[in-house]
Design a protein around this ligand. Structure first.
Ligand SMILES: *Cc1c(COP(=O)(O)O)cnc(C)c1O
Length: 402
């Protein structure tokens, strides 16, 4: 059967016209929200234009592993928020971290990393050390002298997190970055917990900022993604080259969802930080709670640093139950009716996790102590709910284990 041409094109059969549907480009008006460009390939009018598209991240769009308009819109938005020279988006935070680290360090190179890091980053560094010949040294993140003492001619990367998980410790980023300046070291900072609203690490001397956009930037727990923001176009180009080989790039759909979430970032994070501070203060007065960890509390060990480099203490808090062990922390988490038990963070709903019996359950009692994680510690990633409802939920769960 053959359907006959009756519009636009002359002489072509329906089979051909169905394939070559003209793409509508808006003229005289433009979309108010970001369009979703799902296509991974692009076509050209000349071979010269096509070959030019291979030139780098800023050439014409060629193939979505190298760049896509929706993904680029997200990258430009994140570069702007972090004050960077450009960004690259990935399929997950770990996609960003593995691409950046393998672009910057290879066999025989030396990396200095903070000892309390996101679990996946820990695993990646251990793997790079065991199987890829990268040497890794750990520092507490509290003392620039520790970093200076470990510096070697082949040190390539200093790897830090703005707010450590789940202890909420805050390293002195400007002093740590200054300790390696001029030594050929790239300072990489995972800013997932702080977001660019609370801290912009590039302004404190970092060279690369990492995000798991799965968390606050997307904000709704429905779009896995990651990003790296760069202080220089040269660094971005280096990481882009590596990324086109590894292929851990962002999907246009997830980038589009993340952009949708980004529009309410400030409202969400402001509310989440206000809620977290309020809950941290109330928890620190509760008789069932031995200690509360949140950078906004006056007795936080890094209070001076956090007041200097963070606009607010963030929306993650943790607390130790009075005389409590793993069982008490697990019973508390299970006793909540509104907040949900989950390993993630950064979404609009409040999520809790007892690290000793979940994310860090493989650590021995000694290792837990060294990481500053109590057996009865509970981590709470506070959402945007009404704070009185959250408090009622916490009080009833504390009452049940009391
Ligand atoms: C979640 C997280 C990551 C990993 O991100 P994914 O998107 O899950 O791959 C890295 N760093 C921090 C601080 C995180 O919270």
């Amino acid at each position: 059967m053959s359907l006959h041409a009756n519009r636009r094109t002359s002489g072509q059969e329906a089979a051909t016209r169905a394939v070559h549907v003209p793409v509508v480009e808006p003229e005289g008006s433009s979309p108010a929200a970001t369009p979703l460009h799902l296509n991974h390939q692009f076509v050209f009018d000349s071979t010269e234009a096509l070959v030019g598209a291979f030139d780098g991240p800023d050439a014409a769009f060629l193939y979505a592993r190298m760049g896509n308009p929706t993904v680029r819109t997200l990258e430009d938005a994140l570069a702007d928020l972090e004050g960077g020279e450009g960004a690259l988006a990935y399929g997950s935070g770990m996609g960003a971290i593995s691409t950046v680290l393998t672009a910057l360090a290879g066999s025989g190179d030396h990396v200095i990393a903070q000892s309390s890091l996101y679990g996946g980053t820990h695993g990646l560094l251990a793997d790079l050390q065991a199987r890829w010949g990268v040497e890794v040294d750990r520092v507490s993140g509290a003392d620039p002298e520790e970093v200076r003492a470990l510096l070697r001619p082949d040190t390539r990367v200093l790897y830090l997190e703005t707010i450590a998980n789940p202890t909420t410790r805050v390293g002195d980023l400007p002093a740590l970055a200054a300790a390696v300046r001029g030594r050929g070291v790239t300072t990489v900072v995972d800013n997932t917990f702080a977001t660019p609203l609370l801290c912009r690490p590039l302004e404190h001397g970092a060279d690369v900022v990492i995000h798991s956009t799965s968390k606050y930037l997307g904000g709704h727990g429905d779009a896995l993604g990651g990003a790296a923001v760069f202080a220089s176009a040269e660094l971005r180009r280096r990481v882009w080259d590596q990324g086109t080989m590894l292929g851990a790039v962002a999907s246009p759909f997830n980038a589009w969802q993340t952009l949708r979430g980004l529009r309410t970032l400030e409202l969400r994070v402001r509310r989440q930080c206000d809620n977290a501070r309020e809950l941290a203060e109330r928890l620190s007065r509760h008789p069932a709670v031995a200690a509360v960890h949140h950078p906004d509390l006056p007795d936080h060990p890094d209070r001076e640093v956090s007041a200097r480099i963070l606009k607010a203490g963030g929306a993650v808090l943790s607390f130790d139950l009075e005389g409590g062990g793993r069982e008490a922390a697990a019973a508390f988490a299970e006793g909540l009716r509104l907040a949900r038990l989950s390993p993630s963070l950064g979404e609009v709903a409040t999520l809790v996790m007892p690290p000793a019996s979940t994310s860090h359950h493989k650590l021995s009692a000694e290792e837990l102590r060294a990481a500053g994680i109590g057996e009865g510690l509970v981590r709470m990633a506070v959402g945007i709910e009404d704070v009185e409802d959250l408090w009622k939920d916490i009080e009833q769960a504390l009452g049940e284990i009391g």
